[in-house]
Write a protein that binds this ligand. Structure first.
Ligand code: GRF
Length: 203
């Protein structure tokens, strides 16, 4: 696998920033070949441009079907010779064309300990459920929402006086360590998937 990443974003891009920073610091041996956003005003695009990364905006409304949209994503990722796709706050379900083009090559980060609290507002779900521990998960993307094999997780305490914002902020700090580490683990190879389990011989 080459070490060229494609990072897909929809908004703020703080996880994109953590990947940029890990590469710059030499702790993640990879390069970002392209940053793709489905929203032209995503703040993450500015972060990418400010360090000279190539950015592409693919607006969903410019494509008649979800399949066409996913095909366009594949085209851009292939044109930039991407071997690993990292979803970083990309607010869209990934469809068959992308999954088939990058089998076991698409990662996502989610702000809960999956399989608890998939989907939107994971931190609010954790709070209203009353859990005392939540966290973040990096997993492979498959056809189901936030459901593929788990690569790495980190636990974060939920405090009695947490709001959605304070819990999200505490989790986010850990996301920023977890995602670059998980990408490095996947790029290092020497792993396999058995059933749902991600097994790395580096462990
Ligand atoms: C993060 O909490 C991530 O786990 C979730 O969406 C949020 C994206 O934040 N999938 P950012 O755009 O990376 O700052």
């Amino acid at each position: 696998m080459n070490r060229r990443l494609g990072v897909l974003i929809s908004g703020r891009g703080s996880n994109l920033q953590s990947i940029i920073d890990a590469i710059a610091a030499g702790v993640l041996d990879a390069s970002i070949a392209v940053v793709i956003s489905n929203r032209p005003n995503a703040a993450g695009l500015e972060r990418a441009k400010s360090v000279g990364l190539t950015t592409v905006v693919l607006r969903t409304q410019d494509y008649a079907t979800r399949e066409n949209y996913d095909r366009a994503l594949v085209e851009v990722l292939r044109a930039h010779e991407v071997s690993l796709v990292c979803l970083a706050g990309f607010m869209r379900l990934v469809g068959a064309p992308l999954l088939e083009a990058f089998p076991q090559r698409i990662l996502n980060i989610h702000p809960s300990l999956l399989p608890s609290f998939p989907g939107l507002h994971a931190q609010a779900q954790a709070l209203s459920h009353g859990v005392v521990v939540s966290g973040a998960t990096v997993h492979f993307v498959d056809a189901d929402l936030d459901a593929g094999p788990i690569i790495a997780q980190v636990a974060v305490p939920v405090l009695a006086d947490d709001s959605e914002e304070t819990l999200a902020a505490r989790i986010l700090i850990q996301e920023h360590r977890l995602y670059p580490d998980a990408i490095a683990t996947v790029l290092a190879g020497r792993w396999r998937i058995e059933g749902r389990r991600f097994l790395s011989s580096q462990d």
